[in-house]
Ligand binder design. Structure first.
Ligand code: ZN
Length: 116
């Protein structure tokens, strides 16, 4: 789902994106220079245990708040996503947020109990 910057309303509008077995849903609105995207990632993934490689079912329930800038952004805020295509790409936000969650460490029940 892509929405042009100039068409993004100043009031909250809902969105819902499905990426693999995960749903990213919430609201977006225009906020001065940025588009504010506030939502939640809910769902699960099967990932290899980072210690033994066994399949681990990982559940996601994560609040996400990102701002998308229309064009180049010079500030220090790390939660800002720069955008040069004059639209907000919600699929891409969902993908990068879910991939970041997957990149964290995950351990199976056995390995969780080994770690002290
Ligand atoms: Zn393990």
């Amino acid at each position: 789902m892509k929405i042009a910057f100039r068409k993004i309303p100043p009031q909250n509008a809902p969105f819902e994106i499905n990426y693999e077995a995960v749903t990213f849903k919430g609201n977006f609105k225009r906020d001065s220079k940025f588009v504010d995207v506030v939502g939640k990632i809910l769902g699960e993934a099967i990932l290899p245990c980072d210690r033994c490689g066994a399949d681990v079912r990982v559940s996601f329930d994560e609040e996400v708040h990102v701002k998308v800038s229309d064009g180049y952004y010079e500030g220090e805020d790390l939660d800002i996503i720069e955008n040069h295509e004059s639209h907000v790409d919600f699929d891409q936000i969902a993908r990068s947020e879910v991939e970041a969650l997957k990149a964290e460490y995950h351990y199976c029940e056995t390995c969780k109990n080994i770690e002290g």
